[in-house]
Design a protein around this ligand. Structure first.
Ligand code: NAG
Length: 151
């Protein structure tokens, strides 16, 4: 009897947890779109999310490191389990936790701008422009444990 109750309670708890994760998951991508960004900037494994709507400060939690290949030039991008920054209208500043591999090195993406058709990724004082339409779909992580060290 007791076992059964505990079992039922676990099921209940699990469903509550997965429900709230879905909610967070959804709202992070919705929030991106609300601020003029495509959903494909974030990988599928976002499990937690908070945003101060006054300051734009956000914290994103992923369930694991995530590595994806960025279209169209096939640069590798690495997402940490915790990503922070400031989300403003068509502008992400003070970004921390996303890196790209180019020219045989990992570079931190420090900011992202969204214009009519393009996304401008800032790496310190340098930047690279890509068509937003390449980021229309939420990417899957390539393997659970990328070889790169965390940020
Ligand atoms: C948002 O940030 C401001 C300034 O740091 C702070 O005063 C406010 O309490 C924050 N709001 C929330 C909901 O955390």
């Amino acid at each position: 009897m007791e076992g059964k109750i505990i079992f039922l309670f676990s099921i209940l708890l699990l469903s509550v947890v997965s429900h709230s994760q879905n909610f967070d998951h959804k709202s992070a991508y919705d929030q991106l779109q609300t601020n003029g960004f495509p959903v494909g900037l974030l990988p599928e494994n976002v499990v937690g999310y908070s945003l101060n709507t006054t300051t734009g400060d956000f914290v994103l939690n992923l369930d694991d490191h995530c590595q994806i290949t960025l279209p169209p030039d096939n640069y590798l991008a690495s997402y940490s389990t915790k990503i922070t920054g400031k989300l403003l209208d068509r502008r992400i500043k003070e970004l921390n936790g996303i890196r790209v591999r180019a020219f045989f090195q990992w570079w931190s993406i420090t900011g992202i701008k969204s214009t009519e058709d393009d996304l401008v990724f800032e790496v310190g004082i340098a930047s690279a422009k890509y068509k937003s339409k390449n980021f229309g779909a939420i990417p899957f992580c390539e393997g659970r444990k990328p070889r790169v060290a965390s940020v």
